[in-house]
Design a protein around this ligand. Sequence first.
Ligand SMILES: Nc1ncnc2c1ncn2[C@@H]1O[C@H](COP(=O)(O)OP(=O)(O)OP(=O)(O)O)[C@@H](O)[C@H]1O
Length: 267
Amino acid sequence: MSDAAQGPARVPALAIEAVSHAFGARRALDGVSLTVPAGCFVALLGPNGAGKTTLFSLATRLYATREGRVRIFGHDLSRAPSAALAELGVVFQSRTLDLDLSVRQNLAYHGALHGMAGREVKARIAELLALVGLADRIDDKVRTLSGGQSRRVEIARALIHRPRLLLLDEATVGLDLPSRSAIVEIVRRLVAEEGLAVLWATHIFDEVRADDLIYVLDKGRIIAHGTAREVTGAHLRPAEERAPDGPTAALEAAFRAMTAARAEDAA
Ligand SMILES: Nc1ncnc2c1ncn2[C@@H]1O[C@H](COP(=O)(O)OP(=O)(O)OP(=O)(O)O)[C@@H](O)[C@H]1O
């Protein structure tokens, strides 16, 4: 029996197993394994150059997986790419909306690419724009939107075909605090209310909550995983863990300690 046939409760939304990737002699990912359970928010934390975007490029089949395996709701991305990709929505790090088209046109184009019928696309656009709080901007050109608003349109676009897994690569980078909070809030609501599974790549610690599952990626390797609370506890002495600045500062301190220890080992 294939993994996809075992029933939704047991099959993870995303299962990355022992994936490696090299650009020439540079090994960007080295035996990375990571699981996003169905209906869960998982954060992928890593500094610049850790390999987050490379991992996303493999999980979206932008790059072929040569070493290891990627499965989306049990569908092997190499062997059954259509079934796997039908379950997947992606918000890439760089902006990809057409600035001279309206919000509606950008979304409708994407719906057509997924083979959705016109009436279905129209209803889905209305539903999604209400969800991201942009119903009143439907006929405005994307050029007239703020950075945070365009990001929200990109989230709506990624969800147009009703995927059950959403990958976001540093979706809040370059945004001010209120815009960042609004986006994190929308994504967390989708997880809580719609049962969406999310892999949220970031290097911003205050976007992670103590109960979130996190994976810490550094120089192409997963160096810690568990809940943020567990990872913080495992890598900090108790006095630091009780830092007055709270869990964000504790997580950041734990992260610095882990990556610094690896840098010393490598020296
Ligand atoms: N197309 C490429 N050609 C050569 N090397 C690359 C390429 N893309 C990434 N790399 C290298 O692979 C490593 C991982 O890069 P990647 O972009 O995946 O990291 P990242 O965690 O997404 O970083 P950032 O947060 O800065 O986007 C880096 O050393 C980078 O220089």
